[in-house]
Design a protein around this ligand. Structure first.
Ligand code: SF4
Length: 372
């Protein structure tokens, strides 16, 4: 307590959080599940004896298991849910002719905050989809609700904005957040070091079932343009490998802060903008206000997307690109590339999500604004 007050950076408070988490992990009456965001796997290796950009997901799973986590999942699975819901929302808007304004993505909480603060009039155009972290957490808590143990859910995330997102009222059930702890990549590195695990020596292990399947579309969420490419894989009618490969060349990839792409949907050309960095977002919004038309706008607050999140070890831009490449290679390794082909999705929609899609997967940021 005393230390926390004396600590100007708040680092001690963060430390207290991980200490509390260690207690929950060791408590036999608590079942602790964890999800790992896509961007984390390509950013923590360097601090732990691997190369930056190297996909370390298997070693992360092995480390978390040794640390005592009970169920280990991948946020990419949550991202598959987001792709399905967000593309449905996009297509519905187009069908209903509500396309005077673009649909803005909603998975970056720092962007949502920014929009609430500076562009509240745009909130009705922000997707009602919860972020992959929140969608997945709601599903996991629901699926394990009959467990006799106390449930704790942890998310390993590339940023601190996710901590604020997890604490929002919209994502609590009876006052308890669906995500109990958000641990940044840096904090995970610290926890791995504290436990004395030699990370580079670990044999890679697999994610747990029954929520262990995910697609390449989910993995690329961690890099700017990834959400868009994943949604495009869902909406294009040609699902061949060649068609998916050509989506990569529409302009959605690369580290540029502002990108544009267009794809055909039936006889309609969809115009898309991908921005990262909030200054780029505000410039684009001004352009839209003065008449420029887009159907979909992806916004990530961090330049380059989550690979460059504030909770990740800091690197120069060259290394950032390596992280992006690491995620695209991880996508290549996935045998399923499009979210609707993830067999787990069908199971979830027929099971826990039946009749509860709105309740568990969506949020209305605009309505909250009106209620104020
Ligand atoms: Fe967090 Fe940055 Fe990713 Fe937004 S872009 S979710 S702030 S890491």
């Amino acid at each position: 307590g005393q230390c926390a007050l004396a600590c100007p950076t708040g680092a001690i408070v963060v430390k207290d959080d991980t200490r509390k988490l260690w207690k929950d992990i060791y408590d036999k009456n608590t079942r602790v599940s964890v999800q790992i965001a896509p961007a984390v796997r390509v950013a923590l290796g360097k601090e732990l004896g691997l190369n930056d950009g190297e996909n370390a997901i298997g070693k992360i799973v092995a480390a978390l298991r040794r640390m005592g986590f009970d169920d280990i999942f991948d946020t990419s699975t949550g991202a598959d849910l987001t792709v399905l819901e967000e593309s449905a929302e996009l297509l519905k808007r187009i069908k209903e002719g509500k396309n005077d304004m673009p649909l803005f993505t909603s998975c970056c909480p720092a962007w949502v905050n920014y929009c609430e603060k500076f562009y509240p009039e745009l909130l009705p155009h922000v997707s009602t989809c919860r972020s992959p972290m929140e969608m997945f957490a709601a599903v996991i808590k629901e699926e394990y609700s009959t467990s006799s143990k106390r449930l704790v859910h942890v998310a390993v995330m590339p940023c601190t904005a996710k901590k604020f997102e997890a604490a929002r009222e919209e994502f609590k059930v009876n006052g308890v957040p669906n995500v109990d702890y958000v641990i940044s990549t840096q904090e995970l590195i610290q926890m791995i070091k504290e436990s004395g695990i030699i990370f580079s020596d670990l044999e890679p292990e697999a994610i747990d079932m029954p929520f262990g399947t995910y697609t390449g579309a989910g993995v690329i969420f961690g890099v700017t343009g990834g959400v868009t490419e994943a949604v495009l894989r869902r909406v294009v009618s040609d699902k061949s490998a060649t068609s998916f490969r050509s989506l990569a060349y529409t302009g959605v990839r690369g580290m540029k802060g502002v990108k544009e792409a267009s794809v055909m949907y039936g006889d309609r050309k969809l115009r898309i903008a991908v921005v990262s960095g909030l200054k780029n977002a505000s410039d684009l919004i001004e352009k839209i206000k003065s008449g420029e038309h887009y159907d979909l706008v992806e916004v990530m607050a961090c330049p380059g997307g989550c690979i460059n999140g504030g909770g990740q070890p800091f690197v120069q831009s060259e290394e950032k690109e390596k992280r992006g490449k690491g995620l695209y290679s991880a996508d290549k390794l996935c045998n399923i590339k499009s979210s609707e082909e993830n067999p787990l999705m069908m199971t979830l929609y027929k099971g826990a999500l039946k009749g509860r899609v709105h309740e568990l997967l969506h949020v209305d940021y605009a309505a909250k604004k009106e209620a104020k």
